[in-house]
Ligand binder design. Sequence first.
Ligand code: FAD
Length: 515
Amino acid sequence: MDGRQKVVVVGAGPVGSLAALYAASRGDDVEIYELRGDLRDPSTTPLNFTRSINLALSERGINAMRHAGQPKLIEHVMAATIPMRGRMIHGMRPNGELYEASQDYDVHGRTIFAIDRGGLNKRLLDILEEMPNVKFFFNHKLTGADFQRNKAWFVVAEKEALAAGQQPREIEIDFDLMIGADGAHSSVRYHMMKYTRMDYQQEYIDTLWCEFQILSKNDAPDSRSRLKSKFKISPNHLHIWPGRDFMFIAIPSEDGSFTCTLFAPAAVFRQLEADREGVQLAPFFDEHFPGVTSLIPPPELIASFHQNPHLPLINVKCKPHHCSSSVVIVGDAAHAMVPFYGQGMNAGLEDVRILFGILDKHAAIDSSMATEAGVPVATTRAAQREQALAEYTAVRVPDAHAINDLALHNYIEMRASVLSPVYRLRKFLEESLSVYVPRLGWQTKYSRVSFGNERYSEVVAKSEHQGRVLVRGLIGAVGLPLISGGLFLYFRYRRAVEVSLRELLQGLAGFLNGR
Ligand code: FAD
């Protein structure tokens, strides 16, 4: 067998960093190439990347970090999270009264966690830095790759050289395995397409997003003394102001503030952007997101709307996720999704756990075991990797597609279904069955996605099955008494019913014939 592998990770976001950690923990020589500067260095990080962006971390992401072979990692990460036990729906009653309604995510009390994405990323980079077999290359942009000869090219944007007016230089590197974790607009994916017959689908939804902030009580300009709670609204909820076409959400931060996001159609953004003075913005919020202007004063609302970027949401599906033994894509590079299930990063971190589980399995099959197991004997690491990557694509693509679709569908749920009685009835029935008849193994789709590690494609299949059983049960529960009641009335008052029916049919025939 070959010796140590050289693994090149492109992209030092949360998914690339975790992939590097998994590879380094297995003794591989790991090089991480990142387009931007080191995010821990404030002097090289552009201002818009220093802002705290909060995400919902859930079981799949946590589980992937749990298996990274670094016990301290999960301890540190979880210490900087805030549990969110449910959605807090905000609205206004017809009489103008504001209300808040809590909807727990899980009948068993499990929570998801608010986490600062930058903080998580920094923690991963810190751990990697301590590993002797890991090298960082910041300000390196992948510009080309040859997946037959396993070579790649990067443009190096060195600050000093650029300041001195020099052209950025290009370097050539080689590798055994490249892991592309370079986000939704992945260069690795782009170059992979030249070497494999990749099916590719990308879609921008007609929604833009923009960030706002609810300041901590202690940061508020009118705060005079230390306040009991630094949070202006419940810290243990993901707050939602649903609207038919819009949505505003708020996720808590450790410092008492909330990172908020406005989601709205592009045309609405255009209309609000045209109003440079921001005269329309506060009335727009008062109409669609009642109560927000008392949490974010209108001048701050207007400043954030005009200063922060208005960004699109992309949905990317592709297949395969690998090419030969040379390259595999993970995270947003493989399956960028809209953020409405809070699963983009979680799914990306889970990719890493599944990928390395499969690589380990194939690496453990030596020739004799392979013969016993009836699988073709892989004589080199490259051949093993090729089998492993093919298996990874076969396993992961259906799951990536499933969570992409769920995320798209959840936008409707977050904006509108959370208010619908049918949605709430189904949630109530499924949760009641989960508590009172646990042997049936019923769970809501949300619980399966956010609190478990079942394959996303299985979650979809099980949820559809539960839906069908519920509909049949409801038809039985409501339909049977109706049918029996009808039959009873018919036999009891047969003559009267027949006369009435005849008259009704005659009347109907007359109506249809224009009489
Ligand atoms: P990225 O974070 O995009 O990192 C890619 C890295 O690659 C970057 O550092 C980039 O600089 C680098 N790079 C790019 N091109 C090159 C190149 N040519 N050469 C070298 N380096 C390169 N997910 C959740 O799980 N929960 C949530 O609650 C959640 N909320 C979200 C809310 C919003 C509004 C949005 C937009 C997304 C949300 N997500 C959420 C999704 C989550 O942010 C992403 O899924 C996650 O950041 C993807 O991580 P990544 O490491 O794959 O990619």
